[in-house]
Design a protein around this ligand. Structure first.
Ligand code: SAH
Length: 452
């Protein structure tokens, strides 16, 4: 939390939305970031706190209301910090996303690119196939779960969530009930006591498979086997239960050590006709409906004819590479997380895909080695995490000179920065945002580049 601030009420207008989806409110010579305030709205805002030199406030009164303002389904959408846009009509959310991508290209890449309208969902709710929630206990001994309030250890209890897969909630409710009745204590971050830190649930979209991961602070605890039995009895739809042990005092949710308590230890799902095995620790896109749309677009952007050597960097469990394999001569994938690489190799076997190689390495180091060896790559797919790629990777890409690069990004600012670098030798053919995370400010973008 930022420093406290003498309460002050300012009158003014919301003139913009920040990249984090907050209203940019201007009045009386001040600029204040306000959750749930939209462009064109006028009224009064109370300054709440200052963080990193910026002021944040809350709406006190609205005199003029945006035509895009709607009733949110979730009553705590702002308190929980997950859905800044539940009060913004869906077409306006999509327009925000395209305009922010264009703005980042202008600001950070000094490039004027044409950004296509953001492709959205028909029903932008209940899409998340993965949820992870910390657990806590109130004074009356009731167990709750929720989300951390932004930059704190405080859990905002969430009883109902409109973006998670509907199958998750009954499992969380059963966990709350059983932890209480079986006296399995939620972990207390400050006192460092208790057992259950998080419960993570992954649901398969195409198969009736659900994984539950109990993230615990300790390795063994009394009642563990009974807990699993009782949980399966309450929720027979669960197909695998895993215990992940995270004894460290850290904000990283999963620890190193893991133990399968029930079932196979993974779930399976399919994307664009390819089956994928998903482990607790492997990255898997969280919106299955939109992921298929995005990957289909990425495949088209790659112009594969069956003869190409394809390189898939930051490949997770091999999703993009394995989908590309049927239209390519050879696919080489690289990913840094060992468990994801194991999943990827298994996934290739499971789908009888033989023209696929996967390596566990840092993408940049691997790219540099490939460039030094003078290897040929026709198409490069890259899908880095939020922080984007780095100069070593991009420099090596320019040396390898693939005919086409398809860049999939979850952060328009690092995307714009990296594309500006590649633009020395590549032409931007298209920029297509996808709404993988409706109700939030996040946007996923595919950029197709071709060698000049
Ligand atoms: N393309 C995949 C995964 C994208 S997420 C999909 O669509 O499902 C980004 C992936 O990059 C994660 O799996 C993460 O583990 C991996 N990663 C992060 N840093 C990396 C690095 N330096 N080198 C290689 N992979 C990395």
């Amino acid at each position: 939390m930022g420093s406290s601030f003498p309460k002050k009420i300012i009158s003014g207008t919301c003139v913009d939305l920040s990249f984090e989806g907050k209203g940019v409110f201007k009045g009386e010579g001040q600029a204040i970031f306000v959750d749930g305030m939209f462009i064109g709205e006028e009224g009064e805002v109370e300054i709440a706190y200052k963080r990193n030199g910026a002021l944040f406030g809350n709406i006190k009164k609205l005199r003029k209301i945006s035509p895009d303002r709607i009733q949110p389904r979730c009553k705590i959408c702002h308190a929980c910090g997950g859905c800044c846009f539940q009060q913004l009509a869906y077409p306006a959310q999509l327009a925000f996303k395209s305009s922010k991508v264009a703005e980042q290209f202008r600001r950070l890449a000094k490039m004027k690119v044409e950004v296509a309208p953001c492709i959205g969902m028909d029903d932008p709710y209940y899409y998340r196939n993965k949820i992870q929630m910390p657990f806590g206990k109130d004074d009356r001994g009731n167990v709750y779960c929720g989300f951390y309030k932004a930059s704190t250890h405080v859990i905002v209890p969430v009883e109902e969530c409109f973006i998670e897969d509907k199958r998750s909630r009954p499992i969380l409710d059963a966990c709350k009930k059983l932890f209480k009745s079986m006296r399995i204590e939620p972990y207390n971050e400050d006192a460092r006591t208790g057992i259950i830190r998080h419960v993570l649930i992954k649901t398969s979209y195409y198969k009736p498979e659900i994984m539950v991961v109990l993230v615990t602070a300790v390795d063994s605890f009394p009642g563990r086997n009974n807990l699993v039995k009782a949980l399966l009895k309450e929720c027979p739809e669960i197909t695998t239960v895993i215990q992940n042990i995270n004894p460290r005092s850290t904000s990283v949710i999963l620890g190193e050590k893991e133990r399968v308590l029930y079932g196979k230890g993974f779930i399976e799902d399919s994307l664009c006709g390819v089956l994928f095995q998903i482990s607790a620790k492997s990255f898997y896109q969280t919106n299955p409906v939109m992921t298929e749309k995005l990957y289909s677009y990425a495949m088209q952007a790659a112009h594969l004819r069956g003869q190409e050597v394809v390189f898939d960097a930051y490949s997770g469990i091999g999703t993009i590479g394995l989908i590309a394999a049927k239209d390519a001569k050879q696919v080489i994938s690289v990913e840094i997380v060992k468990q994801a690489v194991q999943d990827g190799i298994r996934n290739a076997k499971r789908n009888r895909i033989n023209n696929f190689l996967m390596y566990c390495d840092d993408a940049s180091s691997f790219m540099v080695k490939m460039a030094e060896k003078g290897e040929t790559v026709d198409v490069l797919f890259m899908d880095p995490p939020r922080k984007g790629s780095d100069e070593r990777f991009l420099k090596a890409a320019l040396k390898l000179r693939p005919k086409r690069i398809v860049y999939v990004s979850c952060d328009p600012s690092t995307l714009a920065r990296d594309v500006a670098y590649l633009a020395k030798a590549y032409k931007v053919e298209s920029v297509q945002p996808f709404d993988m995370f409706p109700q939030t400010f996040h946007v996923e973008t595919v950029v197709a580049l071709s060698l000049k």
